[in-house]
Design a protein. Sequence first.
Length: 290
Amino acid sequence: MRFHLLAAIALAGAAMPVAAQKAVPVEKRIDKIEQELRAVQRRVFPGGNVEPEIRPAQPAFDPAGVPAGSPVADLTARIDALEAQLASLTGQIEQNGFKVRQMEEAMSRFQADTSARLAQMEARPAPAQPAAQLQAEPVAEEPQRAEAAAPTVKAAAKSGDPAEDAYNAGFRLWEQKKFAEAQAALEAMARQYPKHSKASWARNLAGRAYLEDGKPATAAKVFLNNYQTNPKGERAPDSLLYLGEALTRLGKTAEACQVYGELQEVYGPTLRAPLKPQLAKARSAAKCSS
């Protein structure tokens, strides 16, 4: 808008016919231009904090009282002042326009960044965390299932190691796809013999029973608990692998890729041979970057 005002002022004199220009005295034309420039100054500085630089020319007097300059010199000085003021206003307007463009670009970047962050938060209800930092939640138990499985566990105890027999009983239930009974039996074994080497196997197989029973959320909790409870357990790496699979089924592929990264970082050199191709396949299913 300010450029349009300046253009209108600049073209005002050029738009008049030559005859009209001759008819109007030069001083009146300059007075008119000065008034229009003052109007522009008021537009540029609406708060009035900046005092206009255009002022009526004051004739200079020497000590003897004789004018120091001729009318032509006064007009020349006034024209010079007008040109200087016009150049100053033009420069200020250009600077303001540049600053406004910078602010608009910064605001556009901020809005785009904010929109992207909000979209990411909406796509992922829970913030991504490394598997080692996730808080394990206790798996809800069903007393009826535990009571139903207890006789099976006791009936299977035939060797000299009751913990091993309890695990084998749960394994046979899982093998027969009796997932509810297997879950209860395996979890009961892990609670009863938490220090036994087969406890890691039991918790991992209980998680697989939940996963194959169509309960990936509960399975994820069981796998995570097995990894956190005993990261040096024989089936802790397996639990991390299946934890990633459970998260993938829940649509949390970013978290699954983090779990696979931790699996590779913690157990990479000692990872069992059968798990390596499974890990590659799982990473591909979750579309993890290499």
